[in-house]
Design a binder for this molecule. Structure first.
Ligand code: SAM
Length: 387
């Protein structure tokens, strides 16, 4: 069976009474069960963009000519959205952007989020009256430029983990990608501050593009071992801001450095004279984990590979995204947004908002269509969604 067929077969819409259209329209704060989409996928993971502004102009992400294109909301409105989603089963919240560290009030927001408690048991049954859930898993994705100053206050406020985006460990290549001079030194200081503050294990995410930074694979492996961070390579997806004339930074299949290519390179790389070459696969931390994990023969360093293009993981997707202007996106590749903030602005009660969210989540796409003839670019680009 072809991969796509297998995926579709595993994503047959469910039709149990719990997930019927009627159940979807029931008031959300009644015990109607954990939020699920029409394929039965539990939605437990929220990515929330808190600003559309970014201080980097990474060549594969932004044209460099456009600034923020969408508004940002008062922090209190984001917090209300999160509270409602947590009451429906969300357990992990990742703050992102734009660049989230540019957002004023972020530390206080984290402190508020750290007070929230999950509403369901791990098996999906609701907590009984009087039972208290667990703190949320609170994470942040950042370019790291302002992290050296903010890591300790964020940790103190209750942040658990950070992921820092770094697309090179060579300072010159780094600034060529970010288009900000001396950015590498600042981000490295941010990574170290995050480690020192206890925001670990720090993950470093690198998007590899052929001809830009594919020379960096082995250097990143060394970086993982030296800095004790988890380096994760992410396949380039067609989510860049469009440019008038397609150029080297425009997505095309040939630009993607696939998981297989990364594995081939790292499997022949020798970490030290006393360590033979060869990756060792590590077990997944959770069923919904998107990265395949590896270490080296001596167990030092960790490499993750996230392969949405060559090995999509849509069948395990547990995510929903909210953009800086308060729209729900059910998939990175959605063709439309769902205006959650509009509902709130018009005076929607928590019950109405929750009911709306159940309805929207039922529209979550089965999978993306990257690389297929019918692929259409999504209605927003990565930087305006929140990665
Ligand atoms: N500013 C923050 C940062 O740099 O991490 C958060 C927003 S940024 C858009 C989130 C992540 O999306 C970054 O790791 C970036 O490398 C990644 N990204 C952007 N465009 C991408 C693309 N076309 N394919 C894969 N990842 C992409």
């Amino acid at each position: 069976m072809l991969f796509a067929e297998a995926l579709i077969a595993s994503l047959t819409p469910i039709s149990s009474p719990l997930h019927s259209a009627t159940a979807v329209l029931e008031p959300a704060l009644a015990p109607v069960g954990r939020l699920r989409d029409s394929f039965g996928r539990a939605i437990t993971d929220l990515r929330l963009s808190v600003t559309d502004r970014c201080n980097y102009k990474c060549v594969y992400c932004r044209t460099g000519n456009e600034g923020a294109q969408y508004s940002e909301l008062p922090i209190a409105d984001y917090l209300r959205m999160v509270r409602i989603l947590v009451s429906m089963g969300v357990e992990k919240v990742r703050l992102t952007g734009g660049e989230p560290l540019l957002r004023s009030g972020l530390v206080d927001m984290v402190a508020e989020l750290s007070e929230l408690r999950t509403a369901f048991h791990p098996d999906g049954t609701p907590l009984a009256p009087g039972e208290t859930g667990h703190p949320l898993d609170l994470a942040l994705t950042t370019n790291g430029h302002l992290l050296a100053e903010l890591a300790a206050p964020l940790k103190k406020a209750g942040l658990d983990r950070v992921t820092v985006s770094m697309d090179a460990v060579d300072p010159e290549i780094f600034s060529r990608i970010t288009r900000v001079p001396r950015s590498y030194e600042r981000v490295l200081a941010g990574v170290r501050a995050a480690q020192a503050a206890g925001l670990g294990p720090v993950k470093v995410n690198c998007v590899l593009l052929r001809g830009f930074n594919d020379s960096q694979i082995e250097a990143f492996a060394e970086f993982s071992r030296r800095e004790a961070v988890i380096v994760r390579f992410i396949e380039f997806m067609p989510l860049e801001e469009p440019s008038a004339v397609p150029d080297a930074r425009t997505w095309k299949p040939e630009a993607v450095i696939t998981m297989d290519e990364i594995l081939r390179r790292l499997n022949v790389w020798r970490p030290s004279c006393s360590t033979p070459a060869g990756l060792v696969e590590l077990p997944a931390n959770a069923a919904s984990e998107t990265a395949k994990r590896f270490t080296f023969r001596d167990g030092v360093g960790e490499i993750g590979i996230i392969a949405p293009v060559s090995r999509p993981f849509c069948g395990q997707c547990s995510r929903v995204r909210i953009t800086s202007d308060g729209c729900v996106r059910t998939c990175l590749f959605s063709q439309s947004d769902h205006d959650l903030y509009g509902r709130m602005r018009r005076g929607g009660t928590d019950e109405e908002i929750s009911s709306y969210l159940r309805d929207v989540i039922m529209k979550k796409e089965a999978r993306h269509h990257i690389g297929e003839p019918d692929f259409e670019k999504p209605s927003r680009n990565m930087v305006h969604i929140g990665g």
